[in-house]
Ligand binder design. Structure first.
Ligand code: ADE
Length: 372
C-alpha cells in the first residue's frame, strides 16, 4: 500500500513515523509513506497557500490551487483514494480503517487554519474523515492517527494477524482484560481460569469479559456487535444496570371517565389529536411518551386504577389550549393566569370532573418553578 500525505508541516511526521508499527511496516516494504508540501506547488514569490475568506470572518482558508496541483500531480502517477481530514468528516472507526486499508493508494490531505476552500471538497476529495468530535489546530495529528489505524490492517504489517482479530473493536466489542507474569503482584492475582491451561474455558471467559466490558463502558457499541441471543440478553441486562439515569419514568396517567366514546371525542378535541382505542373501555393519548389513559372504571378493563389528582399538560400555546378546552366543553374553573415564575396556565375540569391544568412548556421546562 502507498500513502501520500499532503501537509504544510511534513516535519511533524518524523517522530511518529520513525518508530513503531508504521516504521516497521515501511521497513518491511508493506507500506510506502511519502510527504508532500502544497507550498511546493505555489507559483508566487512568497509561496502563499492561504487567504482570507470571501464574505469576511476570522482566520485563513487554504487556497484551492496548491492543493489541486499537488493532488493532481500525485494522481497522474497512480490513482489514489483522496481523504481530507476534517472535524466535519465521517468518524474514524475500526471499520473505516479496515475499509481504507483495502485501497492500493491513499492520498491524505491535512486541513489547516479555518478550513479548506470548498471546491477542494467538491472536486478533489473522495472522502472526509474526522478522528473525533473535537477540533485540532490542524489535520496532521489526525493523519498520524489515521495512518496508524489503517496500517495495522494492511496484511503483513502486524506480527500476528490474530492479535488484530482479537483486539478492541474488531468484533464490535472491547477487548478482554490481559495479564502477564507474575501471576500475583502486590496481592493482586491473575484470574485462575487464565492459569488453568484449558483453552476452551479461557476463550469463554475472554468472550464474556469482552461483552461485560463493552456493556459497562460502551453500551452504544452493543447494537452493532455480533452477539448470540443469550449474549445479547446478558449484555443488555448489564448495560441497563449501568445507566446513569435510573430514575423511574412516568409512563401512564389514568383518568376515570363515564363513557369512553365521549371521553375519546372530548380529549381528542382538547388535545388536538385522535388517540387510540386500545380496549373496549380504554382510549389512550400518547402525550410525548407518557400515556393519558381514559378508562371507564366500571368496565372490566384489566384492572387499571385511576391516578389521583390533577393532570398537568405542558403546551406550546396556552391561549390556544384555553380556546380548545372551551370548544370541547371543559368546565373552565379559572382564567389564564401568569404566576410569579412567569408561567402561564389555566385550570379546568373534564365532563367527569377530573381536574386538568395546561401550562406553557417554555417556562415549565426552563428550570423555573414548576406548576404548584
Ligand atoms: N482537523 C481538525 N480537527 C480534526 C479532527 N477532529 N479530525 C480530523 N481532522 C481534523
Amino acid at each position: 500500500m502507498r500513502i501520500d500525505i499532503v501537509t504544510l508541516f511534513p516535519e511533524m511526521f518524523a517522530g511518529p513515523f520513525g518508530a513503531g508499527i508504521v516504521a516497521r511496516a515501511r521497513a518491511a516494504g508493506v507500506v510506502e509513506v511519502a510527504l508532500h508540501n502544497p507550498r511546493d506547488y505555489t507559483h508566487d514569490r512568497h509561496h502563499v497557500v492561504d487567504d482570507t475568506p470571501f464574505g469576511g470572518g476570522p482566520g485563513m482558508v487554504l487556497k484551492p490551487e496548491p492543493l489541486f496541483e499537488c493532488v493532481e500531480a500525485l494522481q497522474a502517477q497512480a490513482r489514489g483514494h483522496v481523504v481530507l481530514l476534517t472535524p466535519q468528516g465521517r468518524l474514524l472507526s475500526d471499520a473505516v480503517a479496515r475499509e481504507l486499508a483495502e485501497q492500493a493508494r491513499l492520498i491524505v490531505i491535512c486541513g489547516h487554519y479555518e478550513g479548506v476552500d470548498e471546491r477542494v471538497r467538491e472536486a478533489l476529495v473522495d472522502d472526509e474523515v474526522s478522528i473525533g468530535d473535537f477540533v485540532l489546530s490542524g489535520g496532521e495529528p489526525a493523519a498520524i492517527v489515521l495512518v496508524d489505524a489503517v496500517v495495522r490492517h494492511v496484511p503483513g504489517a502486524l506480527g500476528s494477524q490474530q492479535s488484530l482479530a482479537e483486539e478492541s473493536h474488531a468484533g464490535g466489542l472491547l477487548e478482554y482484560p490481559q495479564y502477564t507474569r507474575p501471576a500475583e503482584y502486590r496481592g493482586m492475582r491473575v484470574p485462575e481460569v487464565l492459569l488453568s491451561g484449558d483453552h476452551a474455558k479461557v476463550a469463554a471467559w475472554r468472550r464474556e469479559q469482552s461483552i461485560l466490558r463493552t456493556a459497562r463502558r460502551r453500551p452504544d457499541l452493543l447494537e452493532r456487535a455480533r452477539l448470540t441471543v443469550a449474549e445479547r440478553r446478558m449484555a443488555e441486562r448489564v448495560a441497563r444496570g449501568q445507566r446513569v439515569d435510573v430514575r423511574p419514568r412516568l409512563f401512564r396517567v389514568v383518568v376515570p371517565v363515564g363513557e369512553v366514546d365521549r371521553a375519546a371525542a372530548f380529549y381528542a378535541q382538547l388535545l388536538g389529536f385522535a388517540g387510540e382505542r386500545v380496549a373496549p373501555a380504554r382510549h389512550d393519548f400518547d402525550c410525548g411518551g407518557t400515556i393519558l389513559a381514559c378508562v371507564d372504571p366500571r368496565a372490566d378493563d384489566g384492572g387499571l386504577r385511576p391516578s389521583a389528582g390533577c393532570v398537568y399538560f405542558a403546551v406550546e400555546d396556552v391561549a390556544a389550549a384555553y380556546d380548545r378546552a372551551r370548544a370541547a366543553g371543559a368546565r373552565i374553573t379559572d382564567r389564564v393566569r401568569r404566576r410569579a415564575s412567569g408561567e402561564r396556565s389555566f385550570y379546568c375540569r373534564d365532563p367527569w370532573d377530573n381536574p386538568l391544568c395546561f401550562a406553557d412548556e417554555a417556562t415549565v421546562f426552563s428550570g423555573g418553578r414548576s406548576v404548584p
